[in-house]
Design a protein around this ligand. Structure first.
Ligand code: PLP
Length: 447
């Protein structure tokens, strides 16, 4: 591939424009495409569109291409498995890749205190992993209420949507939701819901659960589970303080509620640890995984303490879930992650955060740079004191970066999310930071 990025023409090029036009006639208009990137091929953190324009990928298919595009080990595992058999349904039959994957997951998840006494249910997506977690929590606890957090995203199937509280467009027109779901404020220290200072914070936002929800709305002994993203993803890449998770863990234990960590976006090495829970010393009862686990093959996992996952045959299943090709891709992915990419996410992530923080002096529009590893959010504001959200400006930066050859996405209302494939090099991170810098200069000029 040529120098990266390399944009040869005004975007979209003719072939991309033609495909986008066909898409607009036949494909569901519910998808949220920010710009007309039409993929032809990719390698590592570099992607090429159908007109031969070359981009740096800082989105990784929404945090999915963990090992980069077409990692040879993953492609080999997929090919080898595909040549043997594509499907046999783990619901009715056995095949080794699925068992091997369950064994591997039991050894890496922040569940069961490192005992390895963990069982996995396999599905095809993050939302399905959440559905399984909700059903499992209800089944096991014999309680039906759930507590989740404002700003959270857990998926768009109806159960997952009921716990999601990200953007109203995702819920509008689809009610009523699942009954018995209560939302509490998340520990967003940059915008503390209680106006407190993070230095002296004792996770007072959780008082809302103890003093309001569990007093006025629902009896603690009727709450099945609390569902939390260890680092909030779609909500804006928000990193809570460790005391938030520790206090939440204590609260759930006190009331016999299960704690579910949604690691769909934050898991699989992205934060520089295999799971974001590890940053907070957090051990949970159930964890949900998807996105990066199989480098792009569809796979959802709901892993739980063995004594929590005791539902009987037929209680929950999926025809395709944990299919042999996805399982093989996941096993190869986990090996590649363990062999160096988790560490690379930590090292290059720290470097990229440093570069982005370094831009704060030059660009007052940068309100906050936060994150762990390669899960980095930059919040744009019109004023650092009032923290007025720079929503239009954020959207413009995303566009500007696309036209300069970087694929990037927003998160939350006014944050830019940096979540490149974890094979990214320091040089590539530098290029991304430079193009971000140039784009900020461009969109703020004359404002
Ligand atoms: C934390 C989290 N949970 C669940 C989901 C839903 O995953 P999927 O889109 O695969 O259904 C997402 C997707 O962005 C997510 O970020």
């Amino acid at each position: 591939m040529a120098t990266v990025p390399h944009i040869k023409m005004p975007l979209p090029g003719p072939r991309a424009a033609e495909i986008v036009k066909r898409d607009s006639k036949y494909v569901s208009p519910s998808y949220t495409r920010d710009y007309p990137f039409v993929m032809a091929k990719g390698e590592g953190a570099v992607v090429e569109d159908v007109d031969g324009n070359v981009f740096l990928d800082c989105a990784a298919g929404i945090a999915v291409n963990s090992t980069g595009h077409a990692h040879p080990d993953v492609v080999r595992a997929i090919t080898t498995q595909a040549q043997k058999f594509l499907h046999m349904s783990g619901t009715d039959f056995y095949y080794e890749p699925q068992v091997a994957l369950a064994e591997e997951i039991a050894s890496i998840v922040p569940v069961g205190g490192g005992s390895g006494e963990v069982r996995s249910f396999f599905s095809n997506s993050g939302a399905e992993a959440i559905e399984a977690a909700i059903k499992l929590a209800r089944y096991t606890s014999k309680r039906f209420n759930l507590i989740a957090f404002l700003g959270s995203f857990h998926g768009r199937t109806l159960g997952a949507l009921s716990v999601t509280s990200s953007k109203y467009v995702q819920r509008r027109g689809f009610g009523p939701m699942l009954p018995g779901v209560f939302h509490a404020p998340y520990a967003n220290c940059y915008r503390c819901p209680l106006g407190l200072k993070s230095e002296s914070c004792a996770a007072e936002c959780l008082d809302f659960i103890e003093d309001q929800i569990l007093v006025h709305l629902v009896s603690p002994d009727e709450v099945a589970a609390v569902l939390v993203e260890p680092i909030q993803g779609e909500g804006g890449y928000v990193v809570p303080p460790a005391q938030f998770h520790q206090r939440l863990r204590a609260l759930t234990k006190q009331h016999g509620m299960l704690l579910i960590a949604d690691e769909v976006q934050s898991g699989m090495g992205r934060t520089g640890r295999m799971f974001a829970c590890e940053h907070f010393d957090l051990d949970v009862d159930i964890v949900t995984i998807a996105k990066g686990i199989a480098s792009g093959m569809p796979l959802g996992v709901t892993a739980a303490r063995a004594d929590v996952m005791t539902w009987p045959p037929g209680a929950h299943a999926s025809t395709f879930g944990g299919n042999p090709v996805s399982a093989a891709a996941a096993l190869a992915t986990i090996k590649v992650l363990k062999d160096g990419l988790v560490r690379n996410a930590e090292v290059v992530g720290e470097y990229l955060i440093g570069r982005l923080r370094g831009l704060m002096d030059k660009h007052p529009i940068i309100g906050d740079v936060r994150g762990k590893g390669l899960m980095i959010g930059v919040e744009l504001v019109r004023d650092r004191v009032t923290k007025e959200r720079a929503v239009t400006e954020r959207n413009e930066v995303v566009q500007a970066m696309f036209h300069k050859g970087v694929l990037i996405l927003g998160a939350g209302r006014n944050a830019v999310r940096f979540c490149p494939p974890m094979v990214i090099t320091k040089d590539q991170a530098d290029t991304i930071a430079t193009i971000f810098d140039e784009s900020l200069t461009q969109i703020t000029a004359g404002r």
